[in-house]
Design a protein around this ligand. Structure first.
Ligand code: ATP
Length: 257
């Protein structure tokens, strides 16, 4: 079966700074991959490339078997038009560190905005599904609440529901719990665990090693723009093979040591 995401030797530069230096990895249908690594190692940039927010400079990146942002013809690459990019992006949901809900819209309005405007769903249909999604993230009683009336964790769960409303085939999470008070982290991770159990293909940038250990099918450790080590959590987290992985994990797992 074609992998959902396939990165083959991808490079990304910002000016002279090379942030991704030849990244290879794959995520299969229904798999959860956790990207871990120190600050500045290129994790967010990799997610942003997958979601068309950045363009790679070299290599090949495929989502659902399609080249991201380009069309290949006769061995040459041609940039896709905006409309074609928008079509490719529809299958990808993304949740950021900051939830970025529209402040003047209720939770339900935030969720139905894109399905109505972009997918052309009827308001009634989008509302019905929006309510189901709010139930799914444990916020069935909050449909009329405005973001300012919700905790950070609740806002993040609305943001997850909003991404799911577009019926994505792939969900990307960029440190979804790192802006939350510690007591709110568990509910958000709980929603993500459930999504994984329901078979959603996910790539999660996270420092939550317990989550990665329990939920990930694959852990990818990045440092300085390269994948240093990847494999099942039992290997990469519990029994890392590489000195750089061991150093990083010892800092994350006992930050005050
Ligand atoms: N738009 C940009 N322009 C210039 N440099 C950038 C841009 N985006 C990211 N960078 C640089 O690329 C490097 C990798 O950043 P990135 O955010 O991908 O790392 P990260 O591993 O996700 O780190 P963090 O955990 O801190 O988010 C950093 O040095 C960053 O300053």
């Amino acid at each position: 079966m074609t992998p959902v995401v396939q990165a083959q030797g991808i490079h990304k530069r910002f000016g002279r700074l090379e942030v991704l230096k030849g990244i290879d990895f794959e995520v299969g249908q229904g798999e959860v991959a956790c990207l871990i690594g120190p600050s500045g190692s290129g994790k967010s940039t990799l997610l942003r490339c997958i979601n068309h927010l950045e363009k790679i400079n070299a290599g090949r990146l495929y989502v659902n078997g399609q080249l991201v942002g380009y069309r290949e013809r006769g061995g040459k690459l041609y940039e896709l038009r905006d409309k074609e990019v928008a079509e490719q992006r529809r299958d990808i949901g993304m949740v950021f560190q900051r939830f970025n809900l529209f402040p003047h819209m209720t939770a339900l309005e935030n969720i139905i905005e894109a399905p109505v405007q972009v997918r052309g769903e009827s308001k009634a249909q989008a509302r019905e599904r929006g309510r189901e999604l709010l139930d799914r993230v444990g916020l069935g009683d909050k449909e009329s609440a405005y973001p300012a009336q919700l905790s950070g964790g609740q806002q993040q769960r609305v943001a997850i529901a909003r991404a799911l409303a577009m019926r994505p085939k792939l969900m990307l999470f960029d440190e979804p719990t790192s802006a939350l008070d510690p007591e709110l982290v568990g509910d958000v991770l709980g929603v993500m665990r459930q999504l994984a159990a329901d078979g959603m293909t996910m790539i999660v940038v996270t420092h939550e090693m317990q989550f990665a250990r329990e939920v990930a099918d694959k852990v990818v450790f990045m440092d300085d723009g390269v994948v240093v080590e990847q494999g099942v959590p039992e290997q990469v987290i519990a029994n890392p093979q590489h000195e750089r992985t061991r150093g990083f994990l010892s800092r994350v797992l006992s930050p005050n040591a």
